[in-house]
Design a protein around this ligand. Structure first.
Ligand code: NAP
Length: 246
């Protein structure tokens, strides 16, 4: 995949899947804005790794749930790089619990970060992409947004919302040369799933490919959807789950 000199903004690029997306984009030739929220050291390590690959990278602290912070980040990135070719909406959190025990705060936090966050960064980037008459947006949803999951009503609602958002934006922006797609990962080994995977639930036996995913499994698909090889694909939701939801 050739992303030479493309400028890519990845939200939540400091850890897990986002980190891997930043690195795989850079390996394909892209310069990367690594957004993070609290983990400056991890973001700095991602930047250093990208620089070792010979590409340009900057870290940028912004809370995706805050439109003002995200708009400033995107405007600064545009001033620095002169364009924004790719936006990967990856930042996400979970605050799991059964509905009867779920607090209003946990509902709001997850919806604000996982769903409103995507509205914020897309809104801030699309004004430049429309001007460029070109752009690619890749959103990170989840299989839970398609199939639901007990104990994750907030998270599943946000991830399902991302699917509706992706399809609507694809219809809205197709004539402007902008594609909008989403990936729906299954179980991927990151900090988010650490405690669950430590419990040794035997989940891998339920997965046709007999293993949980690694961040690179998701990153590879994101790189493809960010590239010109995917120019005729828009509004699609690609499951990356080793066949779990077949
Ligand atoms: P992770 O390891 O917990 O990393 C989350 C990333 O999001 C971190 O870089 C974090 O930044 C960033 N972040 C959190 N809140 C933020 C905010 N308000 N503003 C900006 N950045 C913020 O999670 P992950 O597993 O890689 O998940 C990445 C995405 O994939 C999420 O959208 C998640 O829902 C989705 N997903 C994951 C799985 C899975 O199995 N792991 C499955 C399906 C979907 P800091 O480091 O600065 O805190």
């Amino acid at each position: 995949m050739n992303l030479s000199n493309k400028t890519c903004l990845v939200t939540g690029g400091s850890r897990g899947i986002g980190r891997s997306i930043c690195l795989e984009l850079a390996k394909s030739g892209a310069n990367v804005i690594v957004n993070y929220f609290s983990n400056e050291r991890a973001a700095a390590e991602v930047v250093a790794e990208i620089e070792r690959l010979g590409k340009k990278a900057i870290k940028y602290k912004a809370d995706v749930s805050c439109l003002e912070q995200v708009s400033t980040m995107v405007d600064d990135a545009y001033s620095e790089f002169g364009k924004i070719d790719v936006l990967v909406n990856n930042a996400g959190i979970n605050k799991d619990g059964l509905l009867l025990r779920m607090t209003e705060n946990h509902w709001d936090k997850v919806i604000d970060t996982n769903l409103k966050g995507i509205f914020n960064s897309s809104k801030a980037c699309v004004k430049y992409m429309v001007k460029q008459k070109k752009g690619k947006i890749v959103n990170i949803s989840s299989i839970v947004g398609i199939y639901g999951n007990a104990g994750q009503a907030n998270y599943a609602a946000a991830k399902a919302g991302i699917i509706g958002f992706t399809k609507s934006l694809a219809k809205e922006l197709g004539s402007r040369g902008i594609t909008v797609n989403a990936v729906a990962p299954g179980f991927i080994e990151t900090d988010m799933t650490l405690s669950l995977l430590k419990k040794n639930t035997g989940i891998e036996h339920k997965i046709p490919l007999k293993r949980v995913g690694v961040p690179e499994d998701v990153a590879n698909a994101v790189v493809f959807l960010s590239s010109e090889k995917a120019d005729y694909i828009t509004g699609q939701i690609l499951a990356i789950d080793g066949g779990l939801t077949l």
